[in-house]
Design a protein around this ligand. Structure first.
Ligand SMILES: [Zn+2]
Length: 443
C-alpha cells in the first residue's frame, strides 16, 4: 500500500509540473513574446509587424502622400512575404517607424520619361511633358544668336528621344537636376584649391572650362581669388550638344596694304601716299555648337569701299632692319600662359581678354588670313629665313594677305573662334617647316 501511495504522490508532482510549464509558456508568449509576422523582402528577413495589414495600410498611405505631392504613382516591385513568429513587443514596428523602414527596404517602380541620348537613358524625369520642357529649355539656353544674325535651324548633334517606361523610383530626378546633369555631365564635380599666383583664367584653361562656368558653379561675385580658396570645378561635358545654324551679315574692315617703291636717287624712307582702310559687307552662315562658332562660311562679299594702298618710297641707302637678337620674337599678346607647348599642343596658349590686341612677333609678310577649321580666324606671318609665326582663335583680323607688318604692329584681336573654350591666343612658331617651342624664341 505504501508503494501505491508514494506512486500517487509522484504523479501529482508531474501533473503540477506540467501545468506550471503550460502557464509559464503562456505568460512568455502573451506577455513577454507576442505573436507577430516577420516580413521578408526579396527573400531576406527585414522587420517584424503585428499584423500583415499594418504593412498594407502603410503602403496605401505612402501612395496617398505621393499623389498629394503630385509625384508619380509607385508600384511595389519587391517580393514581400510574411511568416508567423513570436516577437518581443519592442521589436514590432508601427507608425512612422514602419513607414520609414518600408521606404528604405522596399523597392518601388514608377512610370517615368527617360531622356535617351544615342539609345542610352541619361536622365529620368516624372513625365513626358517635363522631358519635353527640359529639351526645349536646352535648345533655348544653348543657342546664341548675335546681333545681325537670324536663326536658320536648331537641333541636337546626338539622337535624342523620350521614352516612357517604368523605372526604379529612386532613379527619377527633379527636372532642374536632370537639366544640370545633361548640361554639365556630372553631379559629382571635382574641386581645386587655389594656389599662389593662380587666376581664374589659368584654372579655367587648365581644366578646359569657361571662367563663367567656374564663377557660376561657385557663386563668385568677382574674379579675385585667395590662395587656399576651394573651387568646385564643374567640367562641362554635356551629354547633349545643341547645334544651331545662323545666317549673319556684318561690315568688316579691309585693311590697307603697304607697297614699297625703290628710288635709287632718294635716301631714307618717305610716305608717298597715305593708306586708307576699306569696308566690305559679308553674309555668312555659321554653325554654333552650344553657342560657340564651330564653322563659318562666307556666302557673299560686297566691297563697300576699296582700301587705298599706302605707298612708301625707299632710298638706296636704307638698310633692311636686322632681326636684332638672333631671331628673338616679341610677345604677341599679354596674359598668363594657360597651356604650354607640349605633345599634342603645337603652340603656346596665352590667356587674354576678348578683343585685346594681337601683335606681330616680328616684322614680316602676312601670307594667310581667314577661317581655318579648329584654328578659327587665323593669321600667318612669314618673317623670312624660314621663320613663320601663326595666330589662332582671333575675334577679328586687321591685316590681309600680302601685307607687310612691322614688329609689334596690331594684326588682330584675341577671341575664341574655332575649337576653343574661351578667349586666348594660340601662338605657333615654325622654323624650317617644323613646330618650335615659342618660349625658346620669345624675349
Ligand atoms: Zn592652343
Amino acid at each position: 500500500m505504501d508503494y501505491f501511495l508514494q506512486n500517487k504522490k509522484l504523479s501529482m508532482r508531474i501533473v503540477v509540473g506540467l501545468v506550471l510549464v503550460v502557464v509559464l509558456s503562456l505568460v512568455w508568449t502573451n506577455l513577454i513574446r507576442t505573436p507577430a509576422y516577420s516580413v521578408s523582402v526579396d527573400g531576406e528577413k527585414t522587420f517584424v509587424v503585428k499584423q500583415k495589414s499594418d504593412v498594407e495600410k502603410t503602403l496605401v498611405s505612402i501612395q496617398k502622400q505621393q499623389e498629394k505631392q503630385n509625384q508619380p504613382k509607385l508600384e511595389l516591385s519587391s517580393q514581400v512575404e510574411y511568416h508567423r513568429t513570436f516577437a518581443s513587443r519592442d521589436d514590432i514596428l508601427s507608425g512612422k517607424e514602419l513607414e520609414q523602414t518600408i521606404r528604405k527596404t522596399f523597392d518601388f517602380k514608377a512610370q517615368a520619361a527617360a531622356i535617351m541620348v544615342d539609345g542610352k537613358a541619361i536622365a529620368c524625369v516624372e513625365s513626358k511633358a517635363q522631358a519635353e520642357e527640359l529639351l526645349a529649355q536646352l535648345k533655348k539656353e544653348n543657342t546664341v544668336v548675335d546681333e545681325g544674325e537670324k536663326l536658320l535651324s536648331v537641333g541636337f548633334a546626338e539622337k535624342v528621344t523620350i521614352e516612357e517606361k517604368s523605372v526604379a523610383a529612386n532613379q527619377i530626378i527633379p527636372q532642374d537636376k536632370a537639366y544640370q546633369l545633361i548640361t554639365i555631365g556630372t553631379d559629382q564635380p571635382q574641386t581645386y584649391v587655389v594656389k599662389e599666383g593662380d587666376n581664374l583664367w589659368l584654372i579655367a584653361r587648365r581644366n578646359d572650362m569657361y571662367v563663367d562656368d567656374i564663377m557660376r558653379a561657385n557663386h563668385l561675385k568677382s574674379e579675385n581669388l585667395q590662395p587656399g580658396d576651394e573651387l568646385i570645378l564643374v567640367k562641362s561635358q554635356p551629354y547633349i550638344s545643341v547645334v544651331a545654324q545662323v545666317e549673319g551679315e556684318k561690315v568688316e574692315t579691309i585693311p590697307f596694304q603697304t607697297k614699297t617703291e625703290i628710288d635709287n636717287s632718294a635716301s631714307g624712307v618717305r610716305i608717298k601716299k597715305d593708306g586708307c582702310d576699306g569696308e566690305k559687307k559679308i553674309v555668312y552662315v555659321a554653325t554654333k555648337v552650344n553657342g560657340v562658332v564651330d564653322e563659318q562660311e562666307i556666302k557673299e562679299e560686297t566691297i563697300l569701299k576699296e582700301a587705298v594702298d599706302r605707298i612708301l618710297v625707299k632710298g638706296k641707302t636704307v638698310t633692311v632692319a636686322s632681326r636684332g637678337s638672333g631671331g628673338a620674337l616679341d610677345w604677341p599678346a599679354y596674359g598668363p600662359i594657360s597651356k604650354y607647348y607640349q605633345r599634342g599642343h603645337t603652340g603656346l596658349d596665352i590667356a587674354a581678354k576678348r578683343g585685346s590686341a594681337i601683335r606681330a612677333a616680328d616684322s614680316g609678310t602676312v601670307t594667310f588670313t581667314g577661317w581655318q577649321g579648329g584654328y578659327g580666324n587665323f593669321i600667318i606671318v612669314n618673317h623670312g629665313n624660314g621663320m613663320i609665326t601663326r595666330y589662332a582663335h582671333c575675334s577679328s583680323i586687321n591685316v590681309s594677305k600680302g601685307q607687310q607688318v612691322a614688329r609689334g604692329e596690331t594684326i588682330g584681336a584675341v577671341g575664341s573662334t574655332g575649337r576653343s573654350t574661351g578667349p586666348h591666343l594660340h601662338f605657333e612658331v615654325l622654323s624650317g617647316g617644323s613646330f618650335q617651342n615659342p618660349l625658346s624664341y620669345l624675349r
